[in-house]
Design a protein around this ligand. Structure first.
Ligand SMILES: NC(=O)c1ccc[n+]([C@@H]2O[C@H](COP(=O)([O-])OP(=O)(O)OC[C@H]3O[C@@H](n4cnc5c(N)ncnc54)[C@H](OP(=O)(O)O)[C@@H]3O)[C@@H](O)[C@H]2O)c1
Length: 333
């Protein structure tokens, strides 16, 4: 496996709501990194490329083909897939070429085919499964807070978004897939992993301005990551949509943990992150920070072949520092 950042990072879906933002964050972090924006509509991709600036190009891509229909002889430093690739050809391409791969659109019930691909060729490429809320930002911030605790008992995370903040067509298709899938939401309750429906699938919580919200649990990968990292017996991730005319143009994240401090006393931690954009922007920051890390441009050398979640690669303190620089408001309550 070789990582050569003279070759472009292939941002599949790089012209979308998340993709364009991820490209811009990546450019801000790495002014000289070549980026290739891959999508079907080349003119929209070209508009985004011009906004991103620096060494940014565009390319057409065909997800139906094992070679993705990319130009013969083209080589990339990584393949970052900001859409749901139901063919898994993008991952096959990463394994064929021994380049880092990031998937961003998998719910917890989606990952079987990718895991099987990885098991076939475990030493070919680093594979980062980042189907986590807000591109891993929720889990990484939670793990930063959990360092204060010797034992974590409960982790409850909630996102709050505007009613209009439905993402682009690719996001909407994913939420439709979720609604039609009928598996429920992955939660951990009293030590057991459950696919929750009905009452277990919703939770009331207080948002950052003191309004009580109703969140619906999501089957995102955070629950599995946080359980493995902390062994908290109760873990859930909920999403609430502001109602009616209550439009704020911001995305909120509320993280609450309980547990025992290192000195033996009990603790309740509440932490809030607010960003003045659609939820795609915080998510894009997460994707860009993960891309930088995979390539070895921050936080350590290029990542070796293996199967990863964000907490195995990215230093939570670094993410918090960067989020502040990017303009998000973070506060301990
Ligand atoms: N993990 C997370 O935190 C997180 C957060 C937000 C969103 N997401 C996921 O991120 C994905 C993108 O969301 P979004 O709101 O940015 O969607 P979007 O605005 O619809 O963007 C989709 C992008 O993919 C391209 N695309 C779509 N189908 C394609 C195909 N068959 N071949 C090649 N390119 C294709 C689109 O360009 P063309 O139409 O020109 O091809 C566009 O660049 C969704 O899967 C969403 O669920 C994950």
């Amino acid at each position: 496996m070789s990582t050569n950042t003279d070759k472009p990072v292939l941002l599949v879906g790089g012209s979308g709501i998340v993709g364009a933002r991820a490209a811009k964050t990546l450019r801000r972090l790495q002014p000289n990194l070549p980026i290739a924006i891959a999508a079907r509509d080349r003119s929209r991709a070209a508009t985004v490329a011009a906004e991103v600036g620096g060494p940014t190009t565009t390319t057409a891509i065909d997800l139906e083909r094992r070679d993705l229909g990319l130009p013969a002889g083209a080589r990339y430093s990584a393949i970052i897939v900001l859409l749901k690739d139901t063919s898994v050809n993008t991952m096959t391409y990463a394994l064929d070429h021994g380049i880092p791969y990031l998937s961003f659109s998998d719910f917890a019930f989606d990952i079987g085919p990718e895991i099987a691909q990885y098991i076939q060729r475990p030493t070919s490429a680093p594979i980062l499964m980042l189907g986590h809320l807000l591109g891993g930002i929720a889990t990484l911030t939670t793990l930063h807070l959990a360092k204060e605790l010797g034992r974590v008992d409960t982790i409850e995370i909630a996102g709050v978004i505007d009613p209009e903040d439905v993402g682009g067509p690719a996001s909407q298709a994913d939420f439709e897939r979720l609604a039609n899938g009928g598996v429920g939401a992955l939660i951990r309750k009293d030590g057991k992993f459950l696919w929750a429906n009905g009452a277990d699938a919703s939770r009331r919580f207080i948002d950052v301005i003191g309004v009580e919200r109703n969140g619906q649990a999501l089957p995102v990968l955070d629950v599995a990551s946080l359980a493995a990292a902390t062994d908290a017996k109760t873990i859930r991730i909920d999403l609430a949509v502001r109602e009616g005319g209550d439009k704020r143009g911001s995305t909120e994240l509320v993280i609450e943990l309980t547990g025992e401090r290192l000195d033996g006393t009990m603790s309740r931690i509440r932490y809030e992150i607010v960003d003045d954009d659609v939820y795609g922007r915080l998510s894009a920051h997460g994707a860009a920070l993960a891309t930088e890390r995979l390539l070895g441009l921050a936080g350590g050398p290029p990542v070796k072949p293996g199967l990863y979640h964000p907490e195995g690669l990215i230093d939570p303190a670094y993410v918090i520092e960067r989020l502040r620089q990017f303009g998000a408001r973070l506060r301990r309550v």
